[in-house]
Design a protein around this ligand. Sequence first.
Ligand code: ARG
Length: 264
Amino acid sequence: MQTAQSKRSTLKLAALVLAGFAIAGLAACGKKEEAAPAKALVVGTDAAYAPFESQDAQGNIVGFDIDVVKAIAANQGLEVKFVNTPWEGIFNTLAQGDRDLLVSAITITAERKQTMDFSNPYFDAKQLIAVAEKSTVTKFADIKTLKVGVQTGTTGDDVVQGLLGKDSANIKRFESTPLALKELEAGGVQAVVADNGVVENYVNNNANFKFKTVSDDSFTPEQYGIAVRKGNTELLEKINKGLAAIKADGTYAKIHAQWFGGKK
Ligand code: ARG
């Protein structure tokens, strides 16, 4: 039999225990919040640009650029999430804050530097002309009177504008470089001008059509950079540090060999 007093003290004890649980619970919540991983950085990439960025059969975004950014992120303790983003408008997604960085075989140009900041260069590239094997084209000037396919807003587009004129009706613009090359196969254009790595990859992996590639000394060397929003120096510094680290420790060379078979 419990006395009234012992009943009261049992109640008190129960109240204390409950209060204790409540405090412990709150503390646990607080801790959980502290330990929550930082929000992943959103990386925009136009994944129709093998071997730099493309989608595999399962829809995963893969490629040289992807592995480079993953390695930089791992080195710097950053979390990244890749989002397929059409090339047209890709720079806007960065400016608007929908993407935190862009990796998309983006050539560093003076014009682009006005609206975004670039990492140190991570890859050298050059324009390359693709024509049918039977074509008589042997130099850039030879395509002046031909229908030429380019990816809209790329450095290939710029270079071709320089030869054919900005508003030339002979420039056929496509939303992706593979689409421009498909049109060359179909005969809708007689040449395509695009980054060497992508043209070579397409030509080597496409048995349906016989291509020939033509380089030209007038094409100026290009360098790819990772883009961040203008003024985001904190992120830019981490990217540059990570890039230097993966170059120094051999990770970059490994990734390069994986996607380009060791040849430069
Ligand atoms: N390097 C060229 C440029 O910056 C083409 C890049 C296109 N990249 C892509 N993923 N579609 O203009």
